[in-house]
Design a protein around this ligand. Structure first.
Ligand code: FAD
Length: 544
């Protein structure tokens, strides 16, 4: 009976946690913001989750009444495994093979523990020394985990806080067992026993830590628009407006978890005859009359370079030696302009300034584009500068973010042949890169400061003088990469013709930001999309 009750408790905990997580990720306030509690308490889905957690605790308590603590706890920990398919269903995500293997290993571990270890015995009335040792150990471990969690973000923080909550719930189970033995002795006995109060304190503390963990394990808080719209699939991204509608077509197949490793050609080298794919550890080959590579600037170059054969000794379509060259990713600065007033804006990305695109008053060369960027937040600041923010308590970063007006400065990154993607013997990408246009980027920053001063923001600055924080976006932040297979009319200096067809291969197209001969100083996605539509028209007429 104890076994069954424990398993039902595991199911209730699993569903409760998943519903609570759904409720917490839909809030706009951070876990330490007092508004967070108000917001979650207003969410029916979160309250339903809370109700299930209470049901789970009651079932667990009755299981503990007669069952051995270790048996009941082992079975209730299966809630982790039960939560996986529920969470995947609710968040519309696939369970990865790694997680699946982990879940199977966990179940196997518990089964072995219960069968081979046959845990039993123990006492429902431990002595004071045992309690003190357990409480002290719990406090130390939780303090360490929660303390480390303070200085981490994202999944690591969720893991640390989740572990802290788990340790606390383990102690809570031990206290619950003692509590259940007192239950038959009446209310007065319960009020007179310390375990009743320990239960209440541990339940509240566990609740707070668990909610923080659930709240942490969400995508960037700095992109509230993304976070809120993704939940209802309302974001007009490639997945929603392009890929999903296509999946209903009988001649469209989407393979996930598939990595193209290289392309094969016929002996002449003029026709791609096979697309070699690594999928779930297997090698598969696909064929098509026309092959379009769209793996992004670095990876498209990687695929072509790794497809070298007798007809294309330096990489597929690389007779010009231009594949991988002229890599660009913009000379960007993220700026947080601080002021004493709070900036409560949520959807901040509303303003763009192109006044300096072709030059400034005292400089005749292009400086670039200024735009507002998604609202900064503590997690984003820590993520962008982990070394500098390692010791900063969360509230200092949160407060800085709350008082910042955030900007994104883009200066053109020039196409330099030596800035290039190559692949090593292992087939992995290597990037050689030297920044360009540093002076132009500094001039653009200078112009922004002048504008902010002019608009009166300086009067509100924290230190009553100009105070800006800026961050040059490093190579690791190469979101805007482009230019490794540039198009052109001359096969000697370009990889693709003006239809993005490889000069040297009849049925090969590269249709992503690789085709850019220059990157300009504006975000690249719309250009990539417009070009893909243009190439699509060309392909349709070719296939007609
Ligand atoms: C955080 C972030 C914010 C951005 N914000 C903006 C913005 O506001 N505005 C804007 O215009 N641009 C923005 N960009 C840039 C924009 O997303 C890119 O310029 C654009 O997506 C590039 O399109 P692409 O088709 O070249 O490559 P991608 O969109 O990168 O598509 C390449 C695809 O190929 C897949 N792939 C790679 N290698 C292989 C392989 N070997 N086999 C199979 N598949 C493979 C990848 O998984 C990926 O799905 C942002 C980028 C990032 C990362």
């Amino acid at each position: 009976m104890a076994f069954l009750l424990a398993f039902l408790a595991a199911c209730a905990f699993a569903l409760g946690t998943v519903l609570q997580q759904k409720g917490t990720v839909e809030t706009s306030a951070g876990a330490r913001d007092p508004r967070f509690l108000v917001q979650i308490l207003r969410r029916p889905v979160w309250l339903a989750g809370l109700g299930l957690q209470v049901v789970g605790w009651v079932l667990q308590a009755f299981a503990l009444k007669d069952g051995a603590l270790m048996v009941v706890q082992s079975v209730t920990s299966l809630s982790l495994v039960v939560a996986l398919p529920l969470g995947a269903k609710i968040t519309d995500q696939r369970i990865s093979r790694r997680v699946l293997i982990g879940a199977v290993a966990m179940v196997a571990g518990i089964v072995v523990f219960l069968l081979a270890g046959s845990p039993q015995g123990g006492t429902s009335q431990p002595d004071a020394a045992a309690w003190w040792a357990a409480i002290l150990a719990t406090v130390v471990v939780i303090g360490l985990l929660a303390g480390l969690g303070r200085y981490r973000t994202g999944a690591v923080r969720a893991l640390l806080l989740g572990s802290a909550a788990g340790v606390l719930f383990a102690l809570q189970a031990a206290v619950t067992k003692v509590f259940m033995t007192q239950l038959g002795h009446g209310v007065a006995a319960l009020l007179d026993n310390w375990t009743t109060y320990a239960l209440i304190v541990s339940a509240i503390a566990g609740f707070v830590i668990q909610q923080s963990a659930l709240r942490t394990d969400v995508p960037e808080r700095g992109m509230p628009l993304v976070r809120q719209t993704v939940m209802v699939h309302a974001k007009a991204d490639a997945d929603i407006i392009a890929v999903r509608p296509l999946l209903g077509w009988p001649n469209v197949t989407l393979l996930t978890g598939a990595e193209v490793t290289n392309l094969q050609t016929d002996d002449s080298g003029r026709t791609v005859t096979g697309v070699v794919v690594s999928r779930d550890g297997n090698r598969e080959i696909y064929t098509g009359d026309i092959v379009a590579v769209s793996a992004g600037a670095a990876n498209s170059a990687k695929i072509l370079l790794n497809s070298a054969n007798d007809a294309h000794p330096h990489g597929l379509a690389n007779g010009s030696d231009q594949v991988g060259r002229n890599y660009m990713f913009h000379n960007c600065k993220a700026i947080a302009a601080l002021c004493t007033e709070k900036n409560d804006t949520i959807y901040q990305k509303t303003l763009g300034i192109n006044d300096f695109y072709f030059g400034t008053k005292d400089y005749e060369y292009p400086a670039g584009n200024i735009q507002m960027v998604g609202k900064s937040n503590a997690e984003a600041m820590r993520g962008e500068q982990p070394e500098k923010t390692w010791f900063a308590p969360e509230w200092t970063l949160a407060d800085t973010a709350r008082h910042s007006v955030d900007w994104w400065l883009t200066t053109e990154d020039l196409p330099v042949p030596e800035n290039r993607v190559t692949t090593g013997k292992d087939g992995h990408v290597h990037l050689t890169y030297t920044p360009t246009n540093a002076e132009e980027a500094d001039r653009l920053y200078h112009e922004l400061k002048k504008i902010l001063n002019h608009t009166g923001m300086a009067a509100h600055h924290v230190f009553r003088k100009n105070f800006y924080m800026d961050m040059d976006v490093p190579l690791a932040g190469c979101a805007h990469q482009a230019g490794t297979c540039r198009f052109g009319t001359d096969p000697a200096t370009s990889v693709l013709d003006i239809n993005c067809q490889a000069h040297e291969v009849d049925n090969l197209y590269v249709v992503d930001t690789s085709f850019f001969p220059s990157i300009g100083a504006v975000n690249p996605a719309l250009t990539a999309i417009a070009n893909a539509l243009r190439v699509g028209e060309h392909l349709r007429s070719r296939m007609a």
